[in-house]
Design a protein around this ligand. Structure first.
Ligand code: FES
Length: 154
């Protein structure tokens, strides 16, 4: 892992603890989208903090992953505004297209599907976040095209 980059991040904050989150984001990028235990230890060592402090942050934030994820992350907001205009139907369409249930990764490792809390785009529900980019609004009939686009891009 790029320990120099983490050290550089740490200089941008008055407290080392404040650098944990950006350091973990960097570590996750470098570890293929998730944080194995050695990444937690490396970040802790680089910031001169206890691994438990780093792990507490890693386990709190939804965008940090402590288990392997697919090449593509598909997240469907199922909170109230999205639920009212068909989030469950959109989620079900992704389940059918990808062949996985929410929280699962496809056997080929290409897709992870998740149901998430409010993504902050309530005015354009249903919000779907694909590889950290918002698609909005998404209707069930849009789902095959999104999945096809992702498969074509691989
Ligand atoms: S409830 Fe879905 S974006 Fe807010």
């Amino acid at each position: 892992m790029n320990l120099d980059a983490i050290a550089a991040i740490a200089t941008e904050y008055p407290e080392r603890q404040s650098a944990i989150l950006p350091a973990l984001r960097l570590a996750q990028e470098e570890h293929g989208g998730w944080l194995p235990p050695e990444a937690i230890r490396e970040v802790a060592d680089a910031l001169d903090l206890a691994p438990a402090q780093v792990e507490a942050v890693a386990s709190f934030y939804d965008m940090l992953h402590l288990a392997p994820v697919g090449k593509h992350m598909v997240e469907v907001c199922t909170n109230l505004s999205c639920a009212l205009v068909g989030a469950q139907q959109v989620l079900q369409a992704f389940e059918e297209q990808l062949g996985v249930a929410p929280g699962e990764t496809s056997e080929d490792g290409r897709f992870t599907l998740r149901a998430i809390e409010c993504a902050g785009g309530c005015g354009r529900a249903v919000v779907v976040v694909v590889d950290e980019r918002y698609r909005e609004p998404v209707r069930p009939e849009d789902v095959p095209g999104i999945v096809e686009e992702l498969k074509r891009g691989d």
